[in-house]
Design a protein around this ligand. Structure first.
Ligand SMILES: Nc1nc2c(ncn2[C@@H]2O[C@H](COP(=O)(O)OP(=O)(O)OP(=O)(O)O)[C@@H](O)[C@H]2O)c(=O)[nH]1
Ligand SMILES: [Mg+2]
Length: 467
């Protein structure tokens, strides 16, 4: 057995166990310590897990923030670059106005290009390899086709009908006369447009005939005169003309000749009425023969010369537009030879040099002033623009990233300088690139070509492109 002994020293009792008591005590003590250790271990684990979780969450949030911030930085950068227009910025407004408005040189540039094109245009119309303008007259019976033909040649060639229609021509008959040597005109039987079927048949007859002639370059039809008269533009005439226009759209000009015009006011009304249909035919009122109003009071004939010169003009225009690709090639070649070594952005010096070279302008004071001003300001302006943009850019980046950080209650450390430098580089590239690309001249040429009825489509713009 064990015992417990007490001993007094240092002012207090000290107990000492021995034997079995001391073993029990030791076991108890051991258990207690084990428990303590176990609890400490648990507590430790808990804290560790908590810390781990906290770190995990933090990493997650940081990742999220990083992603968001990267997206927003990219977007800001893209927006800046996209909206950055060097042409608007590099040259200050005053200089631009100076260049574009006040300078005779620049004003003349358009005229000079126009003249170049005009020359080509004229040389083309002179080169017309067909000798005559071949006209096909169509229109309802009795509305004055033969009389019109005779008036053009100033000679009675084709029978004019008296009271009944004279169906002289089973097939269209070609007339010509030295009085108007560059014209030959087909007279035809009048259309009797009764019913839809008739329109179709008549159209077929006419188009077959025109088609057959088109195989021979010298004999092909160049223009149709569609004669109408009286105080009404009939529904069937409209149907007929509409279909005729469809067949010959951009192939053959069709002129509406309003014959036997004794009342200009009425002619105007008919013209306005037809305009509603958007047929886009030229409308020319004509009186082919003096008209006796009453007892020797005559209305004088008129309109024949207008009809003839309009016809020449439209036929040539049509031929040119059919030959458009050739002409465009010509123009392009001509311009390209002069442009090829130059950049032609009107905001840079090279462009001015190009203008100088292309139009042989050497001592134009205005041009030189522009040149000097641009030269002196160019680098300064470039730096200014870049700095201004960089400032705006970094403010925007700071603002937007701050917003995101506040939203997540966390600070995120990103390298603003790196981002800004990258932005600067992109901006530089863009500025340098934009110097080389400008369609200003092309646009102008396209505009001018339009005036000559040379509307061009996308591929042709490419063709014309000087790059
Ligand atoms: N005064 C005058 N009479 C005209 C004019 N145009 C036509 N006429 C008369 O109108 C009638 C018919 O004219 P045409 O020229 O024969 O008509 P068309 O269209 O050739 O007739 P078809 O060949 O039968 O289809 C004739 O009597 C002409 O003299 C004009 O401008 N002035
Ligand atoms: Mg006739």
């Amino acid at each position: 057995m064990g015992s417990i002994e007490g001993r007094y020293s240092d002012g207090q009792w000290h107990w000492q166990t021995s034997g079995i008591f001391s073993i029990i005590e030791a076991i108890r003590e051991n258990n207690r310590k084990n428990k303590e250790i176990e609890e400490m271990r648990k507590e430790n684990n808990r804290l560790l897990e908590e810390e781990n979780n906290r770190r995990k969450r933090e990493i997650e949030i940081k990742n999220k923030i990083e992603k968001k911030i990267n997206i927003i930085i990219n977007k800001i950068e893209n927006d800046f670059i996209k909206n950055f227009d060097i042409k608007e910025i590099i040259i200050p407004k005053e200089i631009k106005i100076n260049i574009l408005n006040n300078s005779q040189t620049f004003y003349n540039r358009r005229e000079k290009i126009k003249n170049e094109i005009k020359k080509l245009y004229n040389s083309f119309s002179k080169q017309r390899n067909k000798k005559k303008f071949t006209i096909f007259i169509s229109g309802n019976t009795g509305n004055g086709k033969s009389t019109l033909l005779n008036a053009c040649f100033n000679k009675y060639l084709s029978n004019e009908s008296k009271n009944i229609p004279c169906h002289d021509f089973k097939i269209p008959h070609l007339f010509s006369c030295e009085n108007l040597p560059d014209f030959e005109i087909y007279d035809t039987n009048g259309n009797e447009l009764i019913g839809e079927n008739n329109i179709t048949n008549r159209l077929k007859e006419i188009s077959d005939f025109i088609n057959e002639k088109s195989n021979d370059k010298d004999k092909m039809i160049d223009c149709i005169w569609y004669c109408i008269t009286g105080n009404k533009f009939q529904e069937l005439e409209y149907e007929f003309l509409k279909k005729l226009n469809e067949i010959y759209y951009q192939k053959l000009p069709i002129i509406i000749v309003y014959t036997q015009t004794t009342n200009l006011e009425l002619a105007k009304q008919i013209k306005e009425y037809i305009n509603q249909f958007n047929l886009n035919n030229e409308f020319i009122p004509v009186l082919a023969k003096d008209f006796e109003l009453i007892n020797n009071i005559n209305i004088k004939k008129f309109g024949i010369n207008e009809l003839i010169s309009k016809t020449r003009e439209l036929v040539i225009k049509n031929e040119i537009s059919l030959n458009k690709v050739n002409i465009l090639n010509n123009i392009r070649e001509k311009l390209k030879n002069q442009y090829s070594n130059y950049n032609y952005d009107y905001t840079n010096l090279n462009y001015l040099q190009f203008i100088e070279k292309y139009f042989n302008i050497n001592n134009d004071i205005e041009l030189n002033v522009c040149k000097m001003t641009i030269k002196n300001n160019y680098q300064k302006l470039k730096d200014k623009i870049i700095n201004e943009n960089v400032d705006k850019f970094s403010i925007k980046i700071k603002e937007e990233t701050q917003k995101i950080m506040t939203e997540y209650g966390i600070l995120y450390d990103y390298d603003l300088n790196k981002i800004i430098n990258q932005f600067k580089n992109t901006l530089f590239l863009k500025i340098n690139k934009s110097k080389k690309v400008s369609n200003k001249i092309i646009e102008e040429i396209i505009d001018i070509l339009k005036e000559f009825n040379l509307n061009i489509i996308n591929e042709e713009i490419q063709l014309l492109s000087l790059e």
